[in-house]
Design a protein around this ligand. Structure first.
Ligand code: AMP
Ligand code: ZN
Length: 136
């Protein structure tokens, strides 16, 4: 179902232009207008799901298959040296468009620290505690 005021629903409906690099019955893959690197693209399902929590399992499987296909093709065509697949869920995780999408980010040798995080230093006890919370 198309959602009002959703920029990606508008792209899917053709109301907003996009540079489409792949399209089928269920998905569109477009170039990101604010790319982290050359070729940065987004896999967008044509149905509106806010995030990965909402994505039905069968659609999630298809997204992964498409990501693999696009990654191989883009690496070959763009001559990239590596590849990041990124997917944000919720404002706290940096999601700015609440229509599920997966980032396909070709990486090039020496293109900088694009997706850097600071590694924590938990004790074994800390890890055990977190493990307990998750598995219990
Ligand atoms: P996220 O922060 O994971 O929600 O990513 C949203 C992404 O959508 C950002 O990388 C934006 O640059 C990108 N974006 C926003 N509007 C458009 C648009 N009209 N066409 C293509 N990409 C867009
Ligand atoms: Zn939408």
């Amino acid at each position: 179902m198309k959602q009002d005021n959703c920029i990606f629903c508008k792209i899917i409906a053709g109301e907003i232009p996009s540079s489409t690099i792949y399209e089928d019955e269920k998905f569109k893959v477009i170039l990101d207008v604010g790319p982290a690197t050359k070729g940065h693209a987004l896999i967008i399902p044509k149905e509106h799901y806010a995030d990965f929590y909402e994505l039905p399992e069968n659609v999630a499987v298809e997204v992964i298959k498409l990501a693999k296909k696009m990654m191989v093709r883009m690496t070959e065509k763009l001559g990239s040296d590596g590849f990041n697949i990124v997917q944000n869920n919720g404002e706290a995780a940096g999601q700015t468009v609440r229509h599920f999408h997966m980032h396909l980010i070709p990486r090039y040798k020496d293109d900088g620290e694009i997706l850097k995080y600071i590694a924590g230093e938990p004790s074994q006890e800390d890890l055990e505690q977190i493990k307990k919370i998750i598995i219990e």
